[in-house]
Design a protein. Structure first.
Length: 438
């Protein structure tokens, strides 16, 4: 007999919590990168995107502390603390995360670039993947927060990668502001220091082009600007509560400017917010799940939230896109939602469905149900996406990054912390709205 749906959700939630925690301060996992001559021993507070020690063999090497991913994970940890799934150790993890994040501000790529022996340990066939000295020498001050990712031992990533990326600091500021009222006094000062640093970075750099959430194209991106606006809006309230009225007003004014700029991403004829504005013109990636993820990561109500009809139309267009594109969505069972990917023509690994994309669509629906006159419709729609996630989740509950668009098999990074965090935040949103309905 098939396990009841609600029972499966709760069992998978517990597994997601346990699995996600393994990516936080994984001190007993050591990563070697022979080609770069590296041995990486994580320190407390680091959060790795995946604990699987891949080297593109075929598992990708995700043993890095991504600013974006770690912010999503630390926010999901807060939800686990709030519902009692995790005890006081969550606060210890938070303190470690904050101290680790602050310690990164002391990094200086000029020191690395100036090291006469830095290339000696790198294999000859890996030199083409090594960052050049000029690139590294620029990494100090604000450039550290735009680094995309660092090694979980607190050292700079020396490989060529997509930089700069500006979504990490505002996401981290949002997460920290949501934690702020729950921390002990001896951690509160560090949390405040990190919030102020990330808000300052966001104020100074949101206008500058950076790489998108997928680290593929440089330019202005809806996701980055939306979470930047949210961080500044919430930051203004946080600053005002601390008596910093002038700073609060500056954040508020900048956030209003960003929100106005976001209206320029709307394509009325197509019925969706495009995800990017490129100098080369329109892109096949314009219709992108990143826009939906921005709504759930940013939160809020009103324009550019899950309650905005334009955002809801964007979700509908994405559903139509993936429903038609993916073989696994053909002849799907009644009441199930389509497996959701990133954008049309994606070629990364299977170019298929992502757990955090499908879970993000579900969470969007549960959040939209709150205060909606047709709440039951939104809940059923969200459950439809969750039914699809269930269909492609193995019995052991493991969640990779993708599930193949043709056969549903797991692919790309295994044990992805973001996938587990997405399940946790999705179920938290579902519980909240169903509790209100009940």
């Amino acid at each position: 007999m098939k396990e009841p749906f609600d029972r499966w959700i709760e069992r998978q939630y517990r597994h997601a919590a346990t699995a996600m925690l393994r990516s936080i301060s994984p001190l007993d996992v050591v990563k070697t990168r022979p080609g770069f001559g590296q041995t990486v021993q994580p320190v407390k507070g680091a959060i790795v995107a995946s604990i699987v020690l891949g080297a593109y063999d075929p598992d990708p090497d995700y043993f890095f502390h991504w600013y974006r991913d770690s912010a999503v994970v630390i926010d999901a940890l807060r939800l686990l603390l709030e519902d009692g799934s995790v005890g006081p150790e969550a606060l210890e993890h938070l303190g470690d995360f904050v101290r680790f994040s602050l310690s990164l501000q002391q990094l200086d790529g000029r020191t690395v670039a100036a090291s006469p022996s830095r290339r000696d340990k790198v294999a000859a066939d890996f030199l083409r993947y090594l960052r050049d000295d000029d690139d590294l020498a620029q990494v100090h001050g604000d450039k550290i927060a735009a680094e995309t990712r660092v090694n979980p031992d607190g050292t700079l990533d020396i490989s060529k990668w997509a930089r700069p990326q500006h979504d990490g600091p505002p996401l981290r500021a949002l997460a920290m502001q949501r934690w702020a009222g729950r921390v002990s006094p001896h951690v509160a000062a560090d949390v405040a220091a990190l919030i102020r640093s990330d808000l300052g970075f966001t104020m100074r750099h949101w206008r500058e082009p950076s790489y998108d959430i997928w680290e593929e194209e440089q330019g202005p991106h809806y996701y980055t600007q939306r979470v930047s606006a949210a961080a500044l809006i919430e930051g203004a309230a946080w600053l005002e509560a601390g008596g910093k009225r002038a700073e609060a007003q500056a954040c508020r004014a900048e956030a209003e400017t960003i929100m106005h700029a976001l209206d320029g991403f709307w394509l009325a004829d197509e019925g969706y917010f495009r995800s990017r504005v490129l100098s080369t013109g329109r892109s096949t990636k314009d219709l992108d799940i990143a826009v939906i993820l921005s709504a759930i990561h940013a939160g809020g109500t009103g324009l550019h939230s899950v309650h905005d009809p334009r955002m809801q139309s964007t979700l509908a267009q994405l559903e139509n896109l993936f429903d038609a594109a993916y073989p696994i969505n053909r002849d799907r069972a009644p009441g199930t939602g389509p497996a959701m990917g990133r954008y049309a023509g994606d070629v990364y690994y299977s170019g298929g469905a992502y757990y955090f994309s499908t879970l993000g669509a579900a969470e969007f629906c549960f959040r939209a149900a709150a205060g909606a006159g047709d709440a039951h419709h939104w809940i059923e729609r969200g459950d439809g996406f969750l039914h699809t996630v269930r269909a492609y989740t193995p019995a052991d509950g493991a969640l990779s990054e993708q599930f193949d668009q043709r056969d549903g098999g797991q692919t790309s990074a295994r044990e992805l912390a973001w996938s587990y965090a997405a399940f946790i935040s999705c179920v938290a949103a579902r519980r909240l709205v169903i509790g209100r309905q009940g």
